[in-house]
Design a protein around this ligand. Sequence first.
Ligand SMILES: Cc1cc2nc3c(=O)[nH]c(=O)nc-3n(C[C@H](O)[C@H](O)[C@H](O)COP(=O)(O)OP(=O)(O)OC[C@H]3O[C@@H](n4cnc5c(N)ncnc54)[C@H](O)[C@@H]3O)c2cc1C
Ligand SMILES: *[C@@H]1O[C@H](CO)[C@@H](O)[C@H](O)[C@H]1NC(C)=O
Ligand SMILES: *[C@@H]1O[C@H](CO)[C@@H](O)[C@H](O)[C@H]1NC(C)=O
Length: 333
Amino acid sequence: MNEQRPTVLIVGAGLGGVMLGALLEKANVPYTILERASTVRSLGAALSIGGTLLVLFEQLQILSEFVSLAKCYTQSTVGNESGETLSTTNYVPLQTLTGYRGYIITRPAFYNLLLKQIPAHKIHFGKRILNVNEVKDDEDNDKVRIQASDGTIYQGDILVGADGAYSAVRQRLYERLKLEGTLPKSDEEDLPFTCTCLVGQTEPLDLEEFPELKDPESLMITTMGTEKPYSWVVFGTGNGSVCFMVLHHLDRTTSRAAQEQRFRNSENSEWGPHAAQSMCDETRDFSIPIGIGKKTLGDLYDRTPKDLFSKVMLEEKVFTTWFSGRTVLLGDG
Ligand SMILES: Cc1cc2nc3c(=O)[nH]c(=O)nc-3n(C[C@H](O)[C@H](O)[C@H](O)COP(=O)(O)OP(=O)(O)OC[C@H]3O[C@@H](n4cnc5c(N)ncnc54)[C@H](O)[C@@H]3O)c2cc1C
Ligand SMILES: *[C@@H]1O[C@H](CO)[C@@H](O)[C@H](O)[C@H]1NC(C)=O
Ligand SMILES: *[C@@H]1O[C@H](CO)[C@@H](O)[C@H](O)[C@H]1NC(C)=O
């Protein structure tokens, strides 16, 4: 049976790569996931997940496990620093429409749930993909062949670039299309980013000190900074912990400085711990007047394990070209 099914090579074991792997596993389509990192690091804040994905989780038979890790929500609030509510959004109509409630889940819990669906022998760590070639096999069938930095070669029928915002698969694809003269100009331009972002998750908090977290519904509170280019969001999780996401909205000058700093640091979409620390220092006095008892961001940072902070950027760009030949791009790529 498998002989007639295409073999899928997935580059990148981020959220996109493991989600696709989980679906192919269920559909009994052969695949291999190749990930550059030697291990997975559990980072990030929280994700809001609703009907579009939950219908898939139901088919994957992981819906009840997902729900046990998550916390439902029906409302989000935006306020300002003096504690005035600027807007609230009610998600009940949307949830009625899709037939599923909305949930907040921490990014690490979500990632681990998806990763668990992939048998260990189908995912290979420490495989940084460098080269991509479209080739013919001995029977003259079209194939795609990729090579990792350790020299190993993998061959398959479909190549999925799920390797993030700075996707190597996308870069190889675009180099080829550029030579052929078929790459749109807009796809050649750099990724702009308008926001840098500090994300993290506290340890489970004392519910007497944070009684709002006893509510079976999750909090989702955005505070807009007064005369500062920041906004910050807090979410309650299924764990009694709080996830935070602090956004620094960049202007033309700060954006250029951030870009230069980032490219000095690494080629990943993540800065090192030092950058996260300085963003913590800059923002720890910011207040959270609505929702969790008039705390500051610093109150949350002090209850967050050091290795659960990360500073990331929010790139914003939609590439026009997302497939060609045997290659297709997925997720942030
Ligand atoms: C640290 C971090 C925290 C985040 N926190 C949040 C959050 O709290 N809430 C939210 O809504 N969004 C968050 N985001 C954004 C969201 O997680 C991304 O939109 C999502 O992860 C994109 O998934 P992806 O699979 O497309 O790419 P990624 O998750 O970036 O995964 C790409 C994977 O490909 C691997 N890779 C890259 N190049 C190669 C190569 N050449 N060969 C092999 N493998 C390669 C990378 O190591 C990585 O594991 C966060 C992003 C990051 C990086
Ligand atoms: C908060 O919003 C209220 C109502 O719009 C406004 O009167 C107040 O000045 C705002 N406070 C700050 C600090 O922006
Ligand atoms: C709950 O908190 C613990 C300790 O901080 C963490 O290890 C675990 O992954 C968390 N679970 C969820 C669902 O976030």
